[in-house]
Design a protein around this ligand. Structure first.
Ligand SMILES: C[S@@+](CC[C@H](N)C(=O)[O-])C[C@H]1O[C@@H](n2cnc3c(N)ncnc32)[C@H](O)[C@@H]1O
Length: 286
């Protein structure tokens, strides 16, 4: 029977050899923790502790899936986001740490505690639920056009006891004619033919959650244009985008008469979130 330390070392080497992950040590730890049901600190406090045969067997089964490339979030069935444990399935995007930049940007806007907020393309509900956890009095609505994703978001909302209004909608198509103080979105923004779509975890995620036309901006263009009609005067629109799209997105915001455009960088210091405010000037969006 190997110790925790030995099991992790062997698993890490196998993961490196398989070449499916950039984080072999962390992956091995997360899989082992799932089996032994302990906090991460246990691994460093008790490295010499021996694994039972059944624990080792379970660990090997999970590891085998990772060696074949299956994302950790799909193997475990959940992903932590903004400190919330969110159910994830193959029908949802796996929430990314980078998206916490969007949540942080919105929390730091000067919006009222009772703000009305709309999350477009909510997936697991990650952004909407994170915002509800920070702004419990806010009235948060979230939409997605994937019925399966919405089902997962509903489960997450119920389990976390964070009450949000979830609705099936093609962007704004089923959103009531009401005005929001803030609209947020992490929409699809990858170019249709981007070769990265065939790599790593991404190849297990729904394409409809990832791609948006030949330049990746089809959905963002639509959201920026249509959001105008659903924002209060001076309301904010906050959008996550690719690291190389900031300039194009600023132009789209300017073209649509938004003001106070601000850019935020993710944990890797790449410009990944743009927020802008609806100006009070008259502007015809057709
Ligand atoms: C990049 S994922 C973001 C998911 C989640 N907000 C997050 O950050 O983890 C984009 C989401 O937009 C949804 N989506 C794509 N096209 C849509 C549309 N036309 N109307 C509504 N939602 C859409 C997808 O189903 C997916 O859940």
């Amino acid at each position: 029977m190997p110790s925790i330390e030995q099991a992790l070392k062997t698993a890490k080497q196998e993961l490196i050899n398989a070449g499916q992950t950039d984080s072999p040590q962390l992956d091995a730890e997360l899989l082992l923790l799932e089996v032994i049901k302990k906090q991460r600190s246990f691994l460093f406090t008790w490295p010499e502790k021996l694994l039972s045969d059944s624990d080792l067997d379970c660990f090997r089964k999970l590891l085998e899936k990772r060696l074949q490339g299956l994302p950790i979030a799909h193997i475990l069935g959940y992903r932590e986001f903004w400190g919330l444990k969110l159910k994830v399935t193959e029908d949802t995007l796996i929430p990314r740490p980078d998206t916490e930049t969007l949540v942080e940007a919105v929390v730091n806007l000067s919006i009222s505690k009772q703000a009305r907020i709309l999350d477009l393309g909510t997936g697991t509900g990650a952004i909407a639920l994170a915002l509800k956890s920070e702004l419990p009095q806010a009235e948060i609505s979230a939409v997605d056009f994937s019925e399966q994703a919405l089902k997962v978001a509903k489960e997450n909302s119920k389990k976390l006891k964070l009450d949000i209004n979830l609705k099936h909608s093609n962007w704004f198509s089923a959103v009531d004619q009401q005005k929001f103080d803030c609209i947020v979105s992490n929409p699809p923004y990858i170019e249709d033919n981007d070769p990265h779509l065939k790599c790593g975890d991404v190849k297990f995620e729904p394409l409809s959650a990832l791609t948006s036309g030949s330049d990746g901006l089809k959905d963002i263009r639509m959201i920026i244009k249509q959001a105008w009609n659903f924002l209060q005067a001076n309301g904010w629109l906050a959008i996550e985008h690719g690291y190389n799209q900031a300039e194009a997105i600023q132009q789209i915001f300017l073209h649509n008469n938004y003001k106070n455009i601000k850019l935020y960088s993710d944990y890797g210091e790449n410009p990944r979130v743009t927020v802008a405010q609806k100006s009070t000037e008259e502007f015809n969006h057709g």
